[in-house]
Design a protein around this ligand. Structure first.
Ligand code: UDP
Ligand code: MG
Length: 161
């Protein structure tokens, strides 16, 4: 039956996923959304936006001293991104595995980066790398009211309740 996610411990973990400008340009949004839906995660927020510089600099604040940082910000602001919040058991760790290694040359086939990209500077997708990081990034990219609490009717197919 349908249970609110908060009833089941550990199921309400959330992560920020973003299809980067190259992924949007290459019309990979649908394929990427499909992978998260099919895995069994629940979409609770989604929007297409041209990312503002201040959001990007906060999002990548830990990388601001890296040599690739200026190019990274230029890349991320070169076109629209699709920002999403996905929810489910272990979604942070599982989505990192689905996304694959930062460097597409090291990303296994079957992962999103391993299937759709070849170079680290155009690696198609972002995924939060920790539960704390995910909370910070979700607050940065989304207003509370943009996140929807809803009961997925096939919840019991993905979770033992
Ligand atoms: N990046 C890059 N060159 C590098 C390392 C990273 O262009 O040598 C970019 C790449 O787009 C990567 C992003 O910076 O996805 C953030 O780097 P991070 O180490 O956080 O990798 P991620 O968490 O995205 O796998
Ligand atoms: Mg990262």
């Amino acid at each position: 039956g349908c249970y609110t996610t908060s009833v089941i411990a550990g199921v309400s973990e959330r992560t920020l996923i973003a299809v980067k400008p190259d992924g949007v340009q290459r019309r990979l949004v649908g394929q990427i959304v499909q992978r998260f839906e099919q895995r069994g995660f629940k979409l609770v927020g989604m929007k297409l936006l041209q990312a503002r510089e201040d959001i990007l600099s906060q999002h990548y604040h830990d990388l601001h001293k890296k040599p690739f940082y200026p190019n990274l910000l230029r890349y991320m602001s070169s076109g629209p991104v699709v920002a999403m919040v996905w929810e489910g058991h272990n979604v942070v760790r599982t989505s990192r595995l689905m996304v694959g290694n930062t460097n597409p040359a090291e990303a296994y086939p079957g992962t999103i980066r391993g299937d759709y990209s070849v170079h680290i500077s155009r690696n198609v997708i972002h995924a939060s790398d920790s539960v704390e990081g995910a909370q910070r990034e979700i607050q940065l990219w989304f207003d509370r009211r943009e996140l929807v609490d809803w009961d997925c009717c096939d919840h019991s197919s993905s979770y033992q309740v």
